[in-house]
Write a protein that binds this ligand. Structure first.
Ligand code: ATP
Length: 483
């Protein structure tokens, strides 16, 4: 049976993966801290993404732009004017909701009741009203659909208002000089404004991409589902600059490449799917989400968007700096393609959402043994490449030199991969501790080790044991943790 999100959240806290932010002050909504195992898992995911993007693609390089950007950036990108969500309050419970999410939930209900046409029509009507800025119409739709607040049970709604999701603050110490500045709501714009810097300094030829990993901030109206929707989160984005007219070819290629990545880190094919956007943003000519089947349903994990020349054109207009590329390649008439503003295909995945998908997929509850010895076993079945700790070295007992021998092995392996040492308690208990944080192998030093320089590897998923020479450990585990 599918594990509930609740079990996963409590496991994540108990075993050092994710803690609520500033918990001793009762936490801060939609903000989380990564613990000692969580940071390792997240770093592994980021490193694997970074390598898949930059090392495995000859024409993709990385950057690390600042979180603060000139405020005009967000004017050009459209965030100042339209990075809004429609919100509505229930007058009785005083609870705030996203109007679009209330209607989407209703549409899902119609679909679940075998009436998908009705759901689709509702979503289309909502999209039309939002596009036209008819917020009263959106409110009326909520009332007509008889949508009630789950807390108060009433349909007593306020008007619908647009709420901008960007966090802002002041830069400059003296109030006269101080000016409004935003915390970036996406990392992509740091790439766009550096497009020519990278292109020129790296002598990059189109097509090429720029990748970036970094924090982004959104004042989400309704934060829920643990780290799925946070107010401070991390994005891994890549903008691929190409010649106009070739964007669909790249869009399709990146779709497949990104899906393959998710499968390669251990997410099963049946829990992943493409979801084409029915309605495209004004700047996009194609958009798809890679969805993962979370315990709360198939939801967006990554977005792949063909953004045309929208962003670079907007920056050119506002900054009055040309954002053109000279393409010396020859067209079918033998003439250089010449100057143009490149088109962009973007891949954008949330590091935290990917983390959640990987954690949900790994969380396993199993019944092992039979009859009298039957028992429940919980473990995290991570792909070894993403597991926080790759190997635990465990002396069977502490005496007779076994602990020292185990220490030697631990110190020789820890330079190659994240290894831990544990000599506290019964060996079965120590296996369980490693299972709960998803360590793929336990290396056990026993009396035979002292005679023949071999150890036992106990494998997490099968619980099977094999005898291995100490001299072969590094290569064997190194192979298992590669992708
Ligand atoms: P949603 O519709 O879920 O709000 P979005 O379509 O606004 O997401 P994008 O702007 O396309 O998302 O951002 C790209 C990726 O960044 C998303 O696919 C997701 O993985 C991640 N992301 C976006 N918002 C959040 C958030 N509040 N918390 C965690 N990750 C997020």
């Amino acid at each position: 049976t599918a594990s509930t999100l609740k079990e996963i959240i409590s496991h994540a806290k108990e075993y050092g993966f994710v803690f609520p932010s500033s918990e001793i002050y009762d936490g801060l909504q939609a903000v989380y801290d990564y613990g000692q195992n969580g940071v390792e898992l997240k770093n592994n995911l980021k490193t694997l993404w970074w390598k898949a993007m930059t090392m495995l693609n000859d024409n993709v390089v990385g950057i690390d732009a600042a979180i603060f950007m000139h405020p005009l950036t967000w004017k050009a990108s459209g965030h100042v004017d339209s990075f809004n969500d429609p919100m509505i309050d229930n007058k009785d419970s005083k609870k705030r909701y996203r109007a679009d999410q209330l209607l989407e939930a209703k549409a899902e209900q119609y679909e679940a009741e075998g009436n998908p046409e009705k759901g689709k029509a509702l979503l289309q009507e909502m999209a039309r009203l939002l596009d036209a800025g008819e917020l009263d119409g959106v409110r009326q739709l909520i009332i007509d659909e008889n949508i009630k607040c789950p807390i108060s049970g009433t349909g007593n709604w306020t008007e619908v208002r647009q709420f901008n999701l960007m966090f802002s603050t002041q830069v400059g110490a003296v109030s006269e000089d101080a000016s409004l500045i935003y915390l970036r709501p996406e990392t992509a714009q740091g790439i766009f404004v550096n497009f020519l810097n990278v292109q020129k300094s790296g002598r990059m030829k189109i097509p090429f991409g720029i990748a970036q990993i970094g924090k982004a901030f959104r004042n989400e109206i309704v934060a829920r589902n643990f780290i799925f929707r946070m107010r401070e989160f991390e994005q891994m984005e890549m903008q691929f600059f190409c010649r106009p007219g070739t964007e669909m070819q790249w869009y399709n290629a990146w779709k497949e490449t990104r899906l393959k990545f998710h499968k390669a880190i251990g997410l099963p094919a049946e829990k992943l799917k493409f979801h084409d956007h029915e309605k495209l943003a004004h700047y996009a000519n194609a958009a798809v989400d890679i969805e993962y089947q979370f315990p709360f349903g198939f939801k967006e994990m990554e977005g792949i968007h063909s953004r045309t020349a929208f962003d670079l054109t907007a920056h050119q207009t506002l900054s009055k700096k040309k954002q053109q590329y000279f393409d010396a390649d020859l067209d079918e008439n033998g003439k250089p393609y010449g100057n143009y503003i490149p088109y962009v295909v973007e891949t954008s995945v949330g590091a935290d959402r990917l983390f959640l998908a990987v954690l949900c997929n790994a969380y396993t509850e199993e019944t092992v043994g039979e009859g009298e010895s039957e028992k429940q076993r919980t473990y995290l079945k991570f792909h070894p490449a993403v597991a926080p700790i790759k190997a635990a070295v465990l002396p069977l007992v502490k005496k007779d030199g076994l602990a020292e021998k185990a220490q030697d092995i631990f110190h020789s392996l820890k330079r190659s991969f994240n290894t831990t040492y544990d000599d506290g308690g019964a060996i079965g208990k120590r296996y369980t501790r490693q299972d709960l944080i998803g360590t793929p192998c336990c290396i056990v030093v026993d009396y035979q080790t002292m005679e023949d320089e071999t150890v036992t590897i106990r494998h997490r998923d099968t619980m099977e044991q094999e005898r291995v020479k100490i001299s072969e450990l590094r290569e064997k585990i190194g192979y298992a943790i590669s992708m």
